[in-house]
Write a new protein. Structure first.
Length: 572
């Protein structure tokens, strides 16, 4: 089939087998697809990027979208957990258009290319490692109908009759700034400053992908990207680097550029307890950093050593203390069900949590993935071939092959960890002490107000094991207002006081908030309800009538008219 110059490409992030618990970590299109998309757009190729993560095998949207878009080429971004989503979607695409070309890429395809190409003939090509130039050159060969040039493209696996051939790894892209800015063409929230990680954790595939080498964008490129996205209306970002703070000088320059350009944003990052200090955290907070996630993994140094996690307990404690002191939420990643895990090591993790006082924790059961050292150990020990992934499963849980660990024991470990974390949250929040820097007061108010909302209306409000939720929320809101006026704090405190039937205090809090934020519908509505509770129906009515389109305001206004014995002009 002759394919025109304007052949269309779809880049798809496919669905997973299992429902995701922590959606923000895996539910978002990887940055690599945006870089590839930008490279293609920059070179004149029409391309669309689609997130199929929230679909399932039976979702009717998938064939509908594929039929509507009618692509000539589909590239799938693969991690181990969504490989079946890509395989199944590729089969649907092939049924709709037998001439469509299917390309797999990403870490999952890089580590399992032989397995995938052997068992799934629908896959035409696999891109190994970084995909921008390999994918671009592949499309050029297909467009120009030059199949004899395909073997010359580094980083590509392709079919040559019945033979699968690999052209060898492409060299790493040394000048990342030479890549087109994805924000010129797409809108997204995840950012990437670097590629690679110096760590050698045995549960992670990064060493196999990046060979423990790290390359960086310049600070200017990174902030240019943010600025373009702010112009598109995006103000919250996730920085997805494995260790964002690896280069302190570069991070400080980024923070200063954000401030110089007056980019009012909030962002979250991932880091390593080795690579943070008070000076850097100060500038990160000024520039809008609101959360840093650290790979703590375990409270047991023995287990951390087994996982090749080169950190010490004292470093963890210092990093969490300093991070929290600047009003940055410190989140811990914790893995359990590791080699050598016992009730004693679980208690060590609980003890560490009680010392570092994390305000957020994500718990994982240790899993084995292709490309990791633990997976290689598993293969050698049990003589396992990659064909194990023909099973319809996302991962292999380590404990399933350890006679010392049973499923019931693992479930008990997880329950104990989560219960102890939730039971300690109120103490962790109360123990907070922020640095006394006037230039951070507004940031401190924002930090405390958002934390209060988490206890009063957010995730923790719905967890029974979290103690003293209302009291903690009230304390956080009051602490916020000691630093600076804050919309969330005025509103949250006013609601808590309403719930405690402290009506006069609620009125005072909300009136003070309206002086600062006179056009706020939530503050007006909440104050109006407090006025109603105090019998001040005229005052309440005047607030509700400001928002004729609000269903809640209309309902409350109707109650006021009824209480005052007045006809409702709206007839309701």
């Amino acid at each position: 089939m002759e394919i025109s110059y304007m052949m269309k490409t779809l880049l798809i992030y496919p669905y997973f087998i299992e429902q995701r618990v922590h959606d923000e970590d895996v539910g978002t299109i990887p940055m690599g697809l945006y870089y590839i998309g930008a490279m293609l757009r920059e070179n004149g190729y029409p391309v669309e990027i689609l997130n199929f993560c929230h679909y399932t095998k039976s979702s009717p949207e998938i064939p509908e979208i594929l039929k509507r878009e009618n692509p000539d080429i589909i590239g799938f971004s693969i991690v181990n957990g969504n490989r079946w989503g890509a395989i199944e979607t590729a089969a649907i695409a092939g049924q709709l258009n037998p001439s469509v070309k299917i390309v797999f890429g990403g870490a999952g395809a890089t580590f399992l290319w032989q397995h995938l190409m052997t068992h799934f003939p629908a896959i035409d090509y696999v891109v190994i490692g970084e995909g921008e130039y390999t994918f671009l050159h592949l499309l050029s060969c297909i467009r120009d109908q030059k199949p004899d040039h395909i073997p010359r493209i580094p980083g590509l696996v392709f079919r040559d009759g019945d033979t699968v051939r690999f052209t060898g790894r492409a060299p790493f892209i040394q000048d990342l700034d030479a890549l087109p800015l994805p924000a010129k063409y797409f809108a997204y929230q995840h950012l990437s400053l670097s590629r690679g990680c110096p760590g050698n954790c045995s549960f992670c595939g990064s060493p196999g992908i990046w060979e423990r080498k790290v390359r960086f964008h310049s600070a200017a490129y990174f902030v240019d990207q943010i600025e373009l996205l702010v112009q598109k209306g995006i103000t919250f970002f996730y920085v997805s680097d494995d260790t964002f703070t690896l280069d302190k000088k570069r991070v400080m320059e980024i923070c200063r550029l954000i401030l110089e350009r007056n980019l009012v944003i909030s962002w979250a990052a991932i880091s390593h307890v080795h690579y943070v200090d008070a000076e850097m955290l100060y500038w990160m907070r000024l520039a809008g950093c609101s959360r840093i996630s650290y790979g703590v993994e375990s409270g047991s140094e023995k287990i951390r050593n087994r996982l090749n996690k080169n950190i010490r307990t004292a470093q963890i404690e210092k990093a969490f203390h300093e991070t929290l002191s600047f009003g940055i939420l410190a989140r811990a990643y914790i893995i359990y069900g590791c080699p050598g895990e016992t009730w004693e090591t679980i208690q060590e993790t609980i003890d560490l949590m009680n010392r570092i006082k994390p305000l957020s924790v994500i718990f994982y059961i240790l899993a084995l993935f292709p490309g990791t050292a633990l997976y290689s150990e598993f293969q050698k020990k049990f003589h396992v071939h990659d064909d194990i992934w023909l099973n319809y499963q996302e991962d292999i849980l380590y404990f399933e092959n350890d006679p010392q660990l049973t499923r019931d024991l693992i479930l008990a470990f997880g329950q104990k960890l989560r219960t102890e974390f939730h039971a300690g949250l109120h103490r962790y929040a109360e123990a907070l002490e922020l640095v006394d820097r006037k230039e951070l007061y507004e940031k401190h108010a924002d930090f405390y107000s958002r934390l209060g909302m988490t206890f009063s209306h957010g995730d923790y409000s719905r967890i029974e094991a979290v103690a003293d939720k209302q009291d903690i929320a009230e304390k956080m809101f009051k602490r916020a207002l000691r630093y600076a006026p804050n919309h969330h704090a005025h509103l949250g405190l006013g609601i808590v006081q309403q719930q405690k039937h402290e009506i006069l205090q609620s009125i005072k809090t909300l009136e003070e908030g309206l002086v600062r934020y006179p056009g706020s519908e939530p503050l007006c509505t909440c104050l109006g309800i407090s006025y109603m509770n105090d019998g001040q129906y005229e005052k309440a009515l005047s607030l509700f009538l400001k928002f004729p389109e609000s269903e809640q305001a209309k309902q409350c206004a109707s109650e006021c008219f009824q209480a005052l014995g007045k006809p409702n002009p709206a007839g309701e």
